[in-house]
Structures are given as C-alpha cells and as structure tokens.
Design a protein around this ligand. Sequence first.
Ligand SMILES: Nc1ncnc2c1ncn2[C@@H]1O[C@H](COP(=O)(O)OP(=O)(O)OP(=O)(O)O)[C@@H](O)[C@H]1O
Ligand SMILES: [Mg+2]
Length: 441
Amino acid sequence: MIPFLLVSRSAEYESRLRALLGARLDVVTGEFLTFGADAVMDRVEGTPRIALLGPVLNYEETHGLVNALAARHPGVGLIVVREQRSDLEDWVDELELHAILSPSASDETTLALFRRLSDWLVESGKADAHDFDEPAATLVFEDTEEEITAESDGEEFDPGEFDQLVQAPPIEVWEFPPLEAGIATEAIAVVAPKGGQGKTTLAVNLATGLAEVAPNSVVLVDADMQFGDIVAALGLEPEQTIVEAVAEAAADEIVFKTSLTHHKDGFFVVASVPSPELGDAVTPDAVGRLIDRLRGAFRYVVVDTTPGLGEHTLVTLEHVTDVVFVASMSVPSLRAMRTEFELLRTLGLMPGNRHIVLNQTDKLSGITVRDAEHIIGAQIDVDIPRSSAVLLASNRGVPLIHDDVRDPAAKAIRSVVMRIAPEAHPKRRKIQRRRRSNDTE
Ligand SMILES: Nc1ncnc2c1ncn2[C@@H]1O[C@H](COP(=O)(O)OP(=O)(O)OP(=O)(O)O)[C@@H](O)[C@H]1O
Ligand SMILES: [Mg+2]
C-alpha cells in the first residue's frame, strides 16, 4: 500500500514531498496528462488514500484527475496544491476537494494537513489506520494552521482546526527477507576506467531489476568516493551514508540497518560519502568488509565505484562475484579499458564473471561495435544505445527500466540484469500500461 499519490509538474515539489513521505509516496509526473487523466491513473500503484494534485496543473487537468480518481478510487482524499488566487473559490466550489495547500507551506503545515485528513478518512470509514503505516517519515512536527488556505466538500473534515501536536510514526527498522539456504549471495561491481561512461545508470537499474526477483533483498552501495550521485539519480534524501555504515557504532545491527535508505522499488541504498573530503573517512578495507557484511544479509549487493582503478575499487573487486565493465564508443575510453584489463590480469584480479558493456552507442561515432571489440581485445556482451530516455529518467529520479520499458536503452540494460538473474523478465503489466497510455496519443 502506497498511501499518498502526487501528480504534479514540479520536480522541486516532488523532491520535497519525497523527503517528507519517503516510501509512502507514489508519484506520476504531470507529463502523462498529455495522454489524458486515464493515462495517469494507469500508472498509479495500488489504491492511494490521499492524492495531491499540483502544483502546475491547470483547472481542466485537475478536474479530469478529480473525476478519474473518484471513479477508480472512491473515497480518496483530495488535496489541490496551488497558490491562493482570486479564482480559488471557483475551484473549491466546482471540484470535490478536501483541501487546498500552498506549495510553499512549511513541512509542519503540510504534514499536519496529511495527518488531519488521514485521521478523518479513517474516522469516516474511507481508509484503514494501517493504510498509512508504510515506512516512516522520521520527523516530528509541531502544528501550525495559517498556511492551509481553504477546505471544502461539505462534510465534517476541517483542515483549519488544528489544536494538537502532530506525531510522526517511529523510525522503522527493516527486517530483511531471510536468505534461502544453499543459495550463494552475489555481489556485482560496476566499474569503468573513465568517468561519465554510465556506471551509475547501470548500477541503479541493476538494483531495480534484481529487486524484482529478490524484493527487499538487494542493496546498492554507492562506493564512488568522489562524486557519488546515486541518491540524486533515485530522488532519495538519505539521513545516513556509507560513513555511518562503516563506523564503529554500526557493529550494532540496528544502528547498521538505520544507515540504509529504502527505495520504493524494493531495494536498499548505502548512500555515498556526502563530500569528496569525507572519502578518506572510509578506508578501502572498510568497503571490503561492508560488502562482505551485506552479502550476509542480502541476496544481491550492487556496488557503484569511483572511475578508474583506485584502491577502493581494487578492494571492491576482491570482494565481488561479478564485474560489469562499462566503456563508451570513444577510442580513449576503449583504450583505457584495454589497459585496465591488462592491469587486472597482472594483479590477478580479473574476475571470472565479467560482463563487458558498451554504452551510448550510436551510428555517428565513426566506430562500430566490432572496432570497439578489436580495441579492447575482448568481446562486448551488451551494447546500450544512446537514448534521451536515460537522462530524462535520471533527472526525474526514476530508474529507467521502470520509467520507459520500451526504450531501446532500457531493453539493453534489462539484458544486463538478466545476465545476473535470468528470471528478471520485464513485467508484462508495466508494458501493457505503457501501451495503453501511448494508444491515447
Ligand atoms: N545510454 C545512454 N544514453 C544517453 N545518455 C546516457 C546513457 N548512459 C548514460 N547516459 C548519461 O550519461 C551521463 C553519465 O552517466 P552516469 O552518471 O551513469 O555515468 P557514470 O559512469 O556513473 O559517471 P561518473 O563517472 O561521473 O560517476 C548521465 O548524464 C547519463 O544520463
Ligand atoms: Mg557515477
């Protein structure tokens, strides 16, 4: 159950709400309104209890969404997110809304409104108290009332009448699914000799795809000690990072678990060091021990690395079962990959399970896949075409293979996932959804 739904065109507001609600929030971006309100509804996971519409939606779009939501999810609480303007009263009169919330309302006010509306939905039998129990927002707020601008629907709910402290649920400590006896856990490092080749893109999508076959038994470690950006690529706002995960205090299992951040697609993230200076606080050996420890609890451990073969990456290679090597269609990148292979052979660190990925292929680069194989002296296992969908997904903080399943780059990345877990087929349901939304074009 994902109790909150946001449909909006504001990436900024989306990240604010994600920070407040974490895994309790499902987001469908307003772009899908181009295909109509039903196309948006097709992308909604489960049965939302409270829907936030806006900011940056017009009256017609909001109206269409209110009707579609009422038809598919009767009893859903409806909040329009927009600045107060003179036409507001018409909106309130004409749409069956429960509240209108300013996008610049404070976190306290926003959470207070959610608490108030969810209590009312429970009291009026439209929702169950446990519907809102999902992974915790971890902040405790004091209530204020001045930024809630209006309410309507003719029933008892009154978002203006706040008189109590709002208590957030307690911090949730996850129980990981037990590992099946006799199945060895796997750790997969994603490495590249140069920066910007697509390591993070692959690591994020590997974790996402593997989580389909092993829900909540996948962890993605951002071991890029310089500019780790997994949390940005996934729109997460972690409370803790790898620094806490390898600290002495994390010898305690509960402390260790709270250093992980949960992603709603069913995996955990160990966030990168918050700044490159702090990279020194995490020794290469600590990274090795962390991978071993995670392999004791998770079916799959995916590790994103710093470009090149620094010490952290070399130690990582000693602790993993598989390595995905990423290069792009440029001669310097391919030559660097060849040098990297030679070095790893010399060090005796060339992994048995090796997957060579050529990323951002396109016909304009002047070299072919065969040329690339010739330069690196090895066979390419998967080539991933250049696609604007990759950047779009990353800017929206959504893993590509769940954002645009029909995109050629997503399909190629999926085939990398299936080299590790052959059962990780794309979900039929998601493909059909996408088709339906395209049909309405
Ligand atoms: N197949 C692709 N098509 C188009 N753009 C891509 C593709 N793969 C990656 N990109 C884009 O290239 C940029 C670099 O990708 P990414 O961050 O995954 O690389 P990286 O190896 O992790 O980089 P860094 O070394 O900085 O950590 C990103 O903007 C990403 O969106
Ligand atoms: Mg990266």
